[in-house]
Design a protein around this ligand. Sequence first.
Ligand code: PEP
Length: 244
Amino acid sequence: MRTKLIAGNWKMNLNFIEAKELFRDVQAIENNDKAIALCVPACYLSAFSNAVDPFIFAQDVSAHVKGAYTGEVSASMLASLHIMGSLVGHSERRQYHAESASVLKEKVDRLLENNLIALYCIGETIEERNEQKHEAVIQKQIIEVLGHLTSEQMKNVIIAYEPVWAIGTGVTATTSQAQEMHAFIRNEIERSFGQTCASQIKILYGGSMNASNAKELLACPDVDGGLIGGASLKVDDFKFIYES
Ligand code: PEP
């Protein structure tokens, strides 16, 4: 039985006063059977460190262990703040920071070496979908970045399927598109890491999830929660999704 996870990705939004207020509002959401996580800007991590309700994640982590990498935040720094883990490979990082599969693989490794969770984002562009390449793209993104891991290491990996065409666009995958891709991903995980791993791994959906579509998406059997950008910035919307 997989517990559902509702994760908010604040991206580069909110000043510190707004962030503290929203954090408090999210903390006040009455718990149900789902867990909550927030992926907060790096400069706010220490203010929310040690939190378990909601769990706190970074939005990015360095591929390097330590040293002369100005501006970077290492996985061991996150661990020393008792942060749960970090997003890896969000499409905005792939697109605007040209993050390659080999860099993402290093980031996942740094997180796992520090017993942190890698919340690994994958997804195809609209061109790739229109050309019927979406499954091949997803398969490649899984193999290139996670393929070297053991099934034991995979226990610290969460996958977020986020079709690039749905992120921040207001366009959401239909429930059948989401379920089809999540089942495909779970099948790929089974092929590489075995049935137990496939049945345990969480696969979140991300891409314009909001109060009006969350219930349907979260009801899909292979959708284990959501990664929510825009709608995580308003507590009422986020709460509605959580309660869906
Ligand atoms: C995201 O940033 O991961 C995301 C899914 O954003 P949005 O919900 O705004 O599409």
